[in-house]
Design a protein around this ligand. Sequence first.
Ligand SMILES: [Zn+2]
Length: 304
Amino acid sequence: MKSKWTDDKPRPYYAKYERVPVQNGQNWYEVYRLPGNVLGICEPNQFQEVNFFLIPGSERALLLDTGMGICPVKPLIEELCPGEVVVVNSHFHFDHIAGNHNFKAVYAFDDPYVRRVAAEGLPKEALGNQLEEIMFRYGYPEGFSPDSFRIPPYHMIPVQDGDVFDLGDRKLTVYHTPGHSHDGIMLFDEENRLLFTGDTFYPGALYAHFDNDEFGKFSMADYIASFERMSELIPRLDYLMCSHRDFTAPPVKLKEAANALKAIDAGEVLDERDVDEGHTYLEDGSRLCEALFDGFSVVYKKTV
Ligand SMILES: [Zn+2]
């Protein structure tokens, strides 16, 4: 397999943030202090470059997502936050839920795909090409065995649009933002002018093509509608807090992403290119293409 990942340089964007030294990073997780008193946790040495967030409040903290499950995450969370932690999923894809089973319960949007994965977990086959060694920047970390990997079941508590997580001095409101994934949610921290966007937006390749049991069903109409709805919050935001690559992005990207998807939907995008195989997961890469925009791209199905 060919992947641009293997040629890539270490990412420059982490240098924008203060690194938080930790004992339980397992040489795998890195922790950074982000705007609005949020801790960003990342897994920078796997192709996904997934991020998740620990959002402290005066009475409890909220952990948004639990990562890929490559290395144990519970000791890190306990080190960073010894008190009560409420765990929430941005959506049910494998790179955000693999540590869920370490926690008593996980709040997630109610959806048939989510219920099935919560009840049964996921086998390693559901990750497609993502556990191949080429997807790891420095090979497999110590103690990780791809052959025995699986995502265990977890206890899910459903949330709905409009629900509020009250952390004491901080409140986070749930917005249901289907599109990339039908169960996608964002969390709005109005006081701190932050929007946690999950995989609906991040400064990387946005996936607008899934249609299978492992990833659920993508909807272009929903995706555009979600961006249009969330764009109304732009004047009340300082940062998007994103679940892949750089932790933050400018709020105006919500509007730009809406316009990008509308252009793709209308067949008006001319500079398509073949998709990097790292993005193809379970798909036949020849059926997908990628269109480039300012600071992000969109992977979608070829129409011909
Ligand atoms: Zn993801």
